[in-house]
Design a protein around this ligand. Structure first.
Ligand SMILES: [Zn+2]
Length: 242
């Protein structure tokens, strides 16, 4: 065995695990995965970052996509997953990995299922759900700070005012590209058509699948989502809002 990732921890109760965190745009996936990874000592996997980091493993044809949301071919996804998890280039250690908004399709779940089965790593799915009106409202309000978050992924803590600013650096905040109404509509539609299939496949393959209501404030959602699974002995520490 040559893969250098996910070694046994000295405390045998602490085991690696892969948790897929799914939900429609605005459900709070990034907020949850970021907090949970910090509190559990784990890490967050985002397919877009993995692609950026592992461009070199992809042939030219696999780097291109004509998909309207920029999704890459599943052959590219498979290569990136292998490099990330099997060749040790993603230092996950023995702790939980939270996959933010991944898999996007049932075929991608199948890839993950094969990979984790090969290495006897638990795989489970957490789905954050809430009603359409709330989602639309959250996406409409959401801003990102190009100063604090050059990647423009995590939502900024916005300070309200005539010109809303970033609560952290005071700089201007902007609408995330994928939150523009026409793009958001596409994302939501794609999510809805894939989510049901992912859910049935997960259940058919015996993967733990939990739904958590993402309507309450983030602290409450966080607690419920942490309660939804046994995190293999890694004691979650209390999250205090700042
Ligand atoms: Zn900022």
């Amino acid at each position: 065995m040559t893969f250098g990732v996910l070694p046994a921890h000295k405390d045998r109760r602490v085991r690696p695990s892969l948790t897929c965190v799914l939900g429609p745009p605005g459900a709070g996936k990034t907020t949850f995965t970021t907090r949970a990874a910090a509190s559990l000592g784990g890490s967050v996997f985002r397919i877009r970052h993995a692609f950026q980091n592992h461009q070199h493993v992809l042939t030219d044809d696999l780097r291109k996509t004509s998909d309207e949301l920029g999704w890459l071919d599943d052959r590219a996804v498979e290569q990136v997953l292998r490099v990330t998890f099997e060749q040790g280039q993603f230092a996950t250690g023995p702790y939980p990995v939270l996959l933010d908004n991944f898999p996007g399709t049932v075929d991608q779940l199948r890839l993950l299922h094969r990979l984790t089965t090969r290495h006897s790593i638990p795989l489970r799915v957490l789905e954050l759900t809430t009603d359409d009106a709330r989602l639309a409202d959250r996406v409409w309000r959401r801003r990102v700070c190009p100063g604090c978050e050059p990647d423009r992924h995590a939502p900024a803590d916005v300070r309200a005012g005539a010109e809303p600013t970033c609560g952290r650096c005071g700089g201007p905040v902007i609408v995330r590209e994928s939150d523009r109404p026409e793009v958001n509509r596409l994302r939501l539609r794609r999510y809805q058509s894939n989510c049901r299939q992912i859910g049935s496949a997960a259940r058919a393959w015996g993967l733990p699948y939990r739904q958590v209501d993402a309507t309450p404030p983030p602290d409450e959602v966080y607690r419920e989502a942490i309660r939804a699974f046994d995190w293999n002995g890694a004691e979650p520490v209390a999250f205090s809002a700042t």
